[in-house]
Write a protein that binds this ligand. Structure first.
Ligand code: GLY
Length: 373
């Protein structure tokens, strides 16, 4: 039996199912949510070879007709051009307003297909079937959908909640190790925000999660999804506490921007470094004991995630990046309010909080220390 969590929202609550082998039951689970047995699967060319046939077979078995739209894998697909292409194909397929589409892939597909669903004929429903760890624990839940602008990442988008999230941990078996670890960083994020016990559990179970133990993976994903569901239920449109989910993101975003949002630094890797920097800033401001930052570093290192700017990354930056330049990226963060960046700082592991009360000098010093290694 899959585990189920409900994201309780005023007008559009939905369930998240997590289990092993759910892809093969997807047709039966999805069928009751469709107004007629017809849908479109949006996926990418990485998924098409491995997992798409399983999903297609399951829809066929449930008597659902469908078209599969296979887009190029990679961040570049979150573009106006691919959005237009996708919308055109949905129109050509004759989808109606009561129909739902399926976003089947990682964060790129979930973001693009969700955004397309939010504007297709003024909005149709969609179902998330995330295939990466990062999408299963974070991006497929909560309704943030977006494409990128040449001026920045995720700048054009909407909040559009899925009607169902179906996470099959067997999809993670073919995920490259680096992608898996990047997703794991988001798991650590949930523990650092408000669940110190979960951090201790991760510290003991990390090996099993990374090596592929399905029960450990399911339990970890469920814990993260429950945390996110609670947060989204409290603050669907991020006017308040949902911003805690951005722990490590402002620092991480600056590093990603310097890498051109390329695979040179995966989002989860940037978040790992950013979380350490958030702890360092908190220590520097006298808010958090040094030992807590050291424990986070040790954990990230132990599982093979970066705990700072590596020598390789410094070499990639050709040593010509200054703290000032990294700081300037933070000023273009889309989380600005009244011209100020809201930072997620910590008092300890599991005790994060939001503040605008951070000086530019302190932030630059933290960037400088990270650049100095
Ligand atoms: N990834 C952060 C959020 O969904 O709010």
């Amino acid at each position: 039996m899959p585990k189920k969590i409900t994201v309780a929202l005023q007008n559009h609550s939905y369930d998240i199912y997590v289990g092993e082998g759910l892809l093969d039951q997807a047709g039966d689970i999805i069928a009751p949510l469709l107004s007629r047995p017809r849908t479109v699967i949006v996926t990418d060319d990485n998924i098409a070879g491995y997992q798409l046939p399983r999903l297609e077979k399951s829809l066929e078995k449930a008597g659902i007709t469908f078209d599969s739209i296979i887009l190029p894998a990679g961040e570049a697909t979150k573009s106006f051009a691919q959005l237009e292409n996708l919308l055109d194909r949905l129109l050509a397929f004759g989808l109606e307003r009561q129909d739902r589409i399926i976003a089947f892939g990682g964060g790129v597909i979930g973001d693009l297909a969700g955004f397309a669903a939010s504007i297709y004929q003024r909005g149709i429903g969609f179902i998330q079937i995330p295939t990466t760890l990062l999408a299963q624990v974070d991006s497929a839940v909560g309704g943030k959908c977006a494409i990128n602008s040449p001026r920045g990442k995720n700048l054009i988008g909407s909040f559009h909640q899925p009607g169902l999230v179906l996470s099959d941990v067997s999809c993670l078996n073919s995920l490259p190790q680096r992608q898996l670890l990047a997703g794991y960083a988001e798991m650590v994020k949930y523990s650092l925000i408000n669940d110190g016990k979960f951090f201790d559990w991760l510290d003991r179970q990390a090996g099993k999660i990374i090596s592929g133990d399905p029960a450990a993976r399911i339990q970890a994903i469920i814990t993260c999804c429950q945390a996110k569901a609670d947060m989204v239920a409290r603050d669907e449109k991020e006017t308040g506490p949902r911003a805690l989910l951005n722990l490590g993101h402002t620092f991480g975003h600056a590093l990603e921007a310097e890498c051109g949002f390329s695979d040179r630094l995966l989002h989860g890797e940037a978040v790992a470094i950013g979380m350490v920097m958030a702890f360092d800033l908190s220590v520097r401001m006298g808010l958090c004991p040094e030992q807590e930052a050291a424990t986070v570093r040790r954990h990230l290192k132990m599982i093979g995630l970066p705990d700072g700017i590596s020598a390789d990354l410094r070499a990639y930056f050709r040593n010509d990046i200054t703290a000032e330049r990294l700081f300037n990226h933070t000023l273009h963060d889309k989380k600005l309010s009244g011209g100020k960046v809201t930072y997620v700082l910590v008092r300890a592991i599991g005790e994060a909080f939001l503040t605008n009360d951070v000086t530019a000098e302190d932030i630059k010093q933290v960037f400088q220390s990270a650049l100095d290694g």
